[in-house]
Write a protein that binds this ligand. Sequence first.
Ligand SMILES: [Zn+2]
Length: 257
Amino acid sequence: MIRVYALCTGFIELDRASMLSDLAPGQPWTVPVMSFLVDHPRGRLLFDTGVHCQARIDPVGRLGAERVKRLTVKSGEGDDVVPRLATLGLKPDDVRYVANSHLHFDHCGGNEFFPKATFLVQRPELEAARRPGFVPSYSPSPIDFDHPLDYRMLDGEHDVFGDGAVLLIPTYGHTPGHQSLRVRTGKSAEMVCASDACYTRENMDRDVLPKILWDARVMHDSLATLRKLRDQTGATMFYGHDPAQWAEIPRAPAPVL
Ligand SMILES: [Zn+2]
């Protein structure tokens, strides 16, 4: 049996207009940082590792002065991914695979805590991240992802356990190699974790992109693909940073699927 758990690994405050680019600036908004744990008979997959615990202790030192101008980490002690996993009775070594949707600091900050896992990242994402300044408007921090970890580069869709149940799907655009997670456990049970290919339900419903992106046209196509999965295939959509959704979904140790 496959189970999926939603973990909130902290909170970030930023300007709402950075997430919904057609709004007027000046509205501070606190949003959750989401990770998901998939428990499959052949192993566990963690989708995203959240913000590094050091970012709430020394924000400027960890994130840099520029980023701290744009956002504030609002997480508390115990919000990080390792204590969140502990609420499921799990330690980092119990996780076989870690997939990063992308390599922004709030999605791979906890990578270093999983030295025994196999990391699954899209090839254009890792290649761009390893060449700072090579891809315009994309410069993740090496301190978050550049550790001696077993990174495997994926070229498009990837079937994690080989049975079609847990798929990583390319949803490029927010960054050069962003990916989302699709889990199918039968005809009626299907879910997609969009991550930052779609921050909130409002982005999808109103077809509005955020300000933070790599390529607007590519991101718009990815958003349309995800909308189809939600509205035509009937998948339950989990958005990347949607406070309204986080307020209403089952919390670990209760599963969402
Ligand atoms: Zn994010």
